[in-house]
Design a protein around this ligand. Structure first.
Ligand code: DX5
Ligand code: ZN
Length: 219
């Protein structure tokens, strides 16, 4: 079984102390740092851009896992690469308004891990043409836009589909889940085949980052 990775989402961090929060989760045992980019068009919220990713880059050596919840991701990929992204995940929905295949190739050519994601309302079928082109599938377990929402267990069907797809291939894709992930929903996600856990609220609202990260992993 693949190693379980924990990627704290800084959307839930104390932004008045962001540098310190990044250093704290790193020393608490985080594997990646998840950066939620929102443009107020693709999702009904605005978060932060490449400038903040650049600040985070200076605070940690951990891989930066950038989740683009934006329209025209292709236009912005170069800026997030320059800001220090190690992994860039884009949305498959037509509302994201980019040529998915081309953007995935653009991320690959830039030397980043290639991620693709879909909203809870989007069918797994939409991913089929792209699964051979990606390194990671992010299954949204909440509708994107806000932290602190409840886990949507029916999305485990998509995690299972991705795990089945992996069984038929030599090259495995990472299966990441994102939204409402706490120690209990992490266990459900891992049981269904996920190996990367994004968690914002459950980590940053806990009094003990290291314990929460261990509990998420099931250590
Ligand atoms: C939501 C983001 C998630 C979110 C996670 O649009 O993609 O990464 O920040 O939130 P929690 O872990 O707080 O549910
Ligand atoms: Zn995210």
């Amino acid at each position: 079984m693949s190693k379980i990775l924990v990627a704290p989402s800084i959307l839930a961090a104390d932004f008045s102390n962001l540098a310190e929060e990044v250093r704290k989760v790193e020393s608490a045992g985080a594997d990646w740092i998840h950066c939620d980019i929102m443009d107020g068009h693709f999702v009904d919220n605005i978060s932060f851009g490449p400038m903040v990713v650049e600040v985070v880059r200076k605070q940690t050596k951990l891989p930066l896992d950038v989740h683009l919840m934006i329209e025209h991701a292709d236009h912005y990929v170069p800026r997030f690469v320059d800001a220090g992204a190690n992994s860039i995940t884009v949305h498959v929905e037509p509302e994201a308004r980019h040529d998915v295949g081309k953007t995935l190739q653009q991320i690959r050519d830039a030397g980043c891990r290639v991620g693709l994601t879909l909203n809870p309302a989007t069918s797994f079928d939409l991913l089929e043409p792209f699964l051979d082109k990606i390194d990671m599938l992010l299954v949204m377990t909440v509708h994107p836009g806000f932290g602190g929402q409840s886990f949507r267990a029916e999305q485990m069907e998509k995690v299972k589909c991705a795990a089945e797809w992996n069984k038929t291939r030599d090259r495995k894709i990472e299966i990441e889940v994102d939204g409402g992930i706490n120690p209990e929903t992490a266990r459900v996600s891992i049981q269904n085949g996920a190996n990367v856990l994004v968690a914002g609220t459950s980590i940053f609202r806990s009094g003990d980052y290291a314990k929460t990260i261990r509990d998420l992993r099931g250590d």
